[in-house]
Unconditional design. Structure first.
Length: 313
């Protein structure tokens, strides 16, 4: 496989990340026109040969989610019809991941539907980061490389050399992520117990763990409307935390998120660039870390048929 040419293509959802990955690999982003017709239909044109190439399509399916998904699907269909040897969908942020089960009667399982159409459109492999539900890997009948964001976030906080840190999971479901993060930076662990009466609405209940005098670091996979994370931060300060940091892999930051974070007690919000941030979302307390080196290394290992898991051992 390593003798085949490696090519990187991208849609419009995160061109900056695709360019960073290409720079890391020492290659150019493939020439493709990804446009929209007047009626909203997507037009794709591949402007170079991909015959026999090992192609990686970098396209997080973030907002505008449906356009990003269609660009990914049509790009892969074009590459498949142009005789690419293998197509790997590199989807740092996997949209619809929070619709991975039936919570009520007659609900769709949209995360599975997206997996089906990604495979049907031509993907031979998927690379994703911090899937909201790790079980989504099983929705695919092709190989999935699931990369964690915790090592990148942990390295940043290790370099800050903060003292008396307590890592806090904002809910029960994120405990394993928080524990992994805490072990990497040598911190204690606490959990926020909450109840969510409806989507994007949460009510903080109480904190399990000792926070008095400590630097609290909240960690989650996604910050969406920022209601949970800002409420949790306020409760942690009430419980005696000296200061509060927050971090996540995917900064969705929809609706009132930026305003809430700005007004919150959180000292710094650390995120990655799996999702591009518009200028108005780049607030003063926001620190953005690049996932390009990690994705670049994963791409090299896949291209050379080497173990990807060794990146984290």
């Amino acid at each position: 496989m390593a003798t085949r040419e490696l090519k990187i293509f991208c849609g419009n959802s995160n061109k900056e990340l695709a360019q960073e990955i290409a720079d890391y690999l020492g290659i150019s982003v493939g020439e493709a026109n990804v446009k929209t017709f007047q009626d909203g239909e997507i037009s794709i044109g591949i402007n170079e040969s991909v015959r026999g190439a090992d192609v990686f399509v970098v396209q997080p399916t973030c907002a505008p989610t449906n356009d990003s998904i269609m660009e990914l699907l049509i790009l892969m269909d074009a590459l498949r019809r142009a005789s690419a040897y293998r197509i790997t969908a590199v989807v740092p942020y996997y949209g619809y991941a929070r619709q991975e089960r039936k919570a009520r009667a007659r609900e769709p399982i949209t995360a599975k539907l997206i997996a089906n159409i990604i495979t049907t459109s031509g993907a031979d492999r998927l690379v994703a980061m911090d899937l909201h539900a790790p079980a989504i890997q099983g929705f695919f009948d092709i190989p999935v490389d699931h990369l964690p964001g915790v090592p990148i976030l942990a390295e940043y906080f290790t370099e800050k050399k903060l003292q008396d840190i307590c890592v806090v999971s904002p809910d029960i479901g994120g405990v394993s992520r928080a524990r992994n993060f805490a072990e990497r930076i040598g911190a204690s662990l606490a959990i926020v117990d909450k109840r969510r009466p409806e989507p994007n609405v949460s009510e903080i209940m109480h904190v399990i763990g000792e926070l008095n005098g400590k630097v609290a670091v909240l960690i989650d996979d996604i910050i969406d409307t920022a209601g949970t994370i800002t409420q949790a931060a306020a409760v942690l300060m009430e419980k005696g935390a000296r200061e509060v940091y927050a971090c996540c892999t995917h900064p969705v930051l929809s609706g009132p998120a930026v305003e809430r974070l700005n007004k919150s007690v959180i000292k710094e919000v650390v995120v990655t660039n799996t999702i591009p941030l518009t200028q108005e979302k780049k607030i003063g307390k926001m620190k953005v870390l690049s996932v390009a080196p990690l994705l670049g290394e994963a791409i090299v290992r896949i291209h050379e048929d080497l173990s990807v898991s060794k990146l984290f051992s």
